[in-house]
Ligand binder design. Structure first.
Ligand code: HEM
Ligand SMILES: [Cu+2]
Length: 656
């Protein structure tokens, strides 16, 4: 009994045998102990619980998303560097083939679902309510629940590499590779359950932000007076609501296959692996726009602000995003042109994919015209936005090349594809996220990130990005395929691979400079006392930095686009400094239920992964109990008095 238990622990439960895993075990243990010791020493547990872990404030939730995403970016980046080390030279023995499969799977999944998504959710949490003159999102409690579901989903996915083993069927998790017969063990279960839990949170966020933007705008802010970032989030929310259910269903069906012996995606008993491919990409392609449209919004704000001009072609920008979101739902099949569709079907999806380039190109011209004759200020945020344009265009053009179905038979699953999707995913979401971070950082924390360090990080990262990915296009055309753990010498690939690895480590260095910049600026950064460090155009810059709990002491009335830019010129003319009339403000109470309920989700999820139903049942009961408790909480608001508002506004220099 005891023997078999120990055997289970050493051979199935803990991942053993690899020195890198022991290193990871030790660093996870040390980091956890370190955090507990520091928080206990500083007596900060209560503060952490009351101010952060139970917060329903969109600004704090946004910050927590961004911290989590930065940590996940570190993990995904370490995965990337491990792959690039293995591929630097032919016949390397740094990773085994099994380990390499796990690393590209966790890298892809983490980068898309646990890095790009939470960064986007972070930025939208921080900026959208402030841009529309609201005091919070429509459903603050649900917003906290979304965050914690994302967080515990990510944790569940991440522990796989020390407990039980990582998934290894690729981020796209195709059947039959991902099915039980070919993929025994718990790794793939971690993918299915971890991503599912996070996905429920994402779907809830989509609903939350759709309602927030439709119902909570300040008086006078019609849809066509909204800032472009808010527009991008409105459209993204609609895409989330239509796309995520397909993924939810696909993950659930594959879980049923693996855990309960069904055959939805296996040929046995009449299942179909193509059903997985279709459901996955029906979510997966729109997902690309879910992480891309928001950064189009960020770039629009940043380019207008630092060109000191209003955005060129506002309505065209909006309609092109609407077009992208609709066409984005009829292109999914371009991910499997080579999997046996008829020529007619391939032709349809080839054309629809190429058509998407039109509205995207239109937006590029709008940004260029916005800068035309503008007084351009080369801040760090603006540099990221400027670099996005050429780098992203390269990804767009190579995407159109891949969209040509007959040609795709040549490029498909080669490094040309790997280079293409990193061109769009890095020059788009990653540049956009860094751009948004430098832009909104003062609004989030009340101090600026150092601009000199920021520019250094920008140049290091941007140049290294090109060193890393440009050779991949060539080596792909020379025949090197993706998901290949090693290659022989004499293929003509070695110099390209070596250069790519140098670029990858350069990108790692760029990221470390950003991390350094964050730490340095937290200690010594310039304070933003004005609330408007960039001479901003939208409402978030009209309130103090960081914004008070209630955001707006009085809800603004909006009469034009670029509401704050317009208000600033009028104030100058009339020079009015009249005393504002405050009203008491209702704000939602903090709640421990989102984090506790998500923890139960984690417990139930862990039980499902291991098929331990004695663990699933208490987890499920806990979830239901949380729901019942919540439904009896009638008094979930508190009131901020006029005196307190006056005190806060005076401290921020807004009242004399
Ligand atoms: C330092 C930056 C990065 C480097 C050096 C890098 C490198 C790589 C490499 C070497 C592969 C595996 C190629 C293969 O064997 O098939 C890969 C796959 C992938 N990467 Fe990255 N990557 C980086 C950043 C990103 C980012 C930011 C994203 C998304 C936002 C991303 C998404 C993906 C995806 C989805 C895959 C496919 C995984 C699969 O085949 O299942 N990567 N990356
Ligand atoms: Cu696609």
């Amino acid at each position: 009994m005891m023997d078999s238990f120990i055997h289970f622990l050493l051979h199935r439960f803990f991942v053993t045998g690899d020195p890198m895993i022991y290193g990871a075990d030790a660093s996870i243990a040390l980091a956890s102990i370190g955090i507990v010791v520091v928080v206990t020493y500083l007596k900060k547990w209560k503060w952490l619980w009351k101010e952060w872990l139970t917060s329903v404030d969109h600004k704090k939730i946004g910050i927590m998303y961004i911290i989590a995403a930065l940590l996940m970016l570190f993990r995904g980046g370490v995965d990337a560097l491990m792959m690039r080390t293995q591929l630097a030279l032919p016949n390397m023995h740094f990773l085994t083939s099994e380990h390499y499969n796990q690393v590209f799977t966790t890298h892809g999944t983490i980068m898309i679902i646990f890095v790009a998504m939470p960064f986007i959710f972070g930025l939208m949490n921080i900026a959208v309510p402030l841009q529309i003159g609201a005091r919070d999102v429509a459903f603050p409690f649900l917003n906290a629940l979304s965050f914690w579901l994302f967080f515990f989903g990510a944790m569940l996915f991440n522990i796989s590499f020390v407990i039980g083993g990582s998934p290894d069927a690729g981020w796209s998790s195709y059947a039959p590779y991902a099915e039980l017969s070919m993929n025994p063990g718990v790794g793939q279960n971690y993918y299915l359950v971890g991503v599912q839990i996070a996905g429920i949170g994402s779907l809830a966020s989509g609903i939350n932000f759709l309602v927030t933007i439709l119902k909570m705008r300040a008086p006078g802010m019609t849809l066509f007076k909204m800032p472009m970032f808010t527009w991008s989030i409105l459209i993204t929310s609609v895409i989330i609501i239509f796309a995520f259910p397909a993924f939810t269903v696909a993950l659930a069906l594959m879980s049923i296959d693996r855990l309960f012996g069904a055959h939805f995606f296996t040929i046995a008993s009449g299942g179909s692996p193509m059903l997985w491919a279709n459901l996955f990409w029906f979510w997966g392609h729109p997902e690309v726009y879910i992480v891309l449209l928001p950064v189009f919004g960020v770039f629009s704000e940043v380019i207008a602000t630092f060109s000191h001009k209003t955005l060129f072609g506002y309505a065209v920008m909006v309609w092109s995003m609407v077009a992208i979101s609709i066409i984005g739902f009829v292109t999914w099949l371009h991910h499997f042109f080579t999997m046996g569709n008829t020529a007619e079907v391939n032709a349809f999806f080839s054309i629809s994919t190429a058509i998407i380039a039109i509205p995207t190109g239109v937006k590029i011209f709008n940004w260029l015209f916005t800068m035309n004759k503008g007084r351009i200020e080369f801040s760090t945020a603006m540099l990221w936005a400027l670099a996005f344009i050429p780098n992203f265009t390269i990804g767009g053009v190579t995407g159109v090349m891949l969209a040509l179905a007959p040609a795709d038979y040549q490029y498909h699953n080669s490094y040309f594809l790997v280079a293409h999707f990193h061109s769009v995913l890095i020059a788009g979401p990653v540049f956009g996220i860094f751009c948004g971070l430098y832009y909104w950082w003062p609004k989030m924390f009340g101090y600026m990130l150092n601009e000199r360090q920021g520019k250094l990080a920008f140049w290091v990262f941007m140049i290294s990005f090109n060193i890393c990915f440009m050779p991949m296009y060539i080596v792909g055309l020379l025949g090197m395929t993706r998901r290949m753990y090693t290659y022989p010498a004499g293929m003509g690939w070695t110099p390209f691979n070596f250069i790519e690895t140098i670029g990858a480590f350069g990108m790692g260095a760029g990221f470390l400079i950003i991390a350094y910049n964050i730490v340095w600026s937290t200690l010594k950064g310039k304070r933003d006392t004005t609330g408007d460090p960039w001479n901003g155009r939208t409402l978030e810059w009209s309130i103090p930095s960081p914004a008070p709990e209630y955001n707006f002491a009085t809800i603004p009335t909006v009469s034009a686009r670029d509401a704050f830019a317009v208000a600033k010129t009028q104030e100058d003319q009339e020079n009015k400094k009249e005393r504002q009339l405050f009203q008491p403000i209702h704000m939602p109470n903090n709640s421990g239920i989102p984090i506790i309920m998500s923890l139960f989700m984690f417990i139930a999820g862990f039980g499902l992964v291991w098929e331990w139903y004695w663990m699933v049942i208490p987890g499920a009961i806990g979830i239901v109990v949380c729901m019942i408790v919540r439904s009896f909480q009638y008094n979930d608001h508190h009131i901020i008095s006029i005196e307190e508002i006056e005190r806060t506004e005076r401290a921020a220099g807004r009242l004399s």
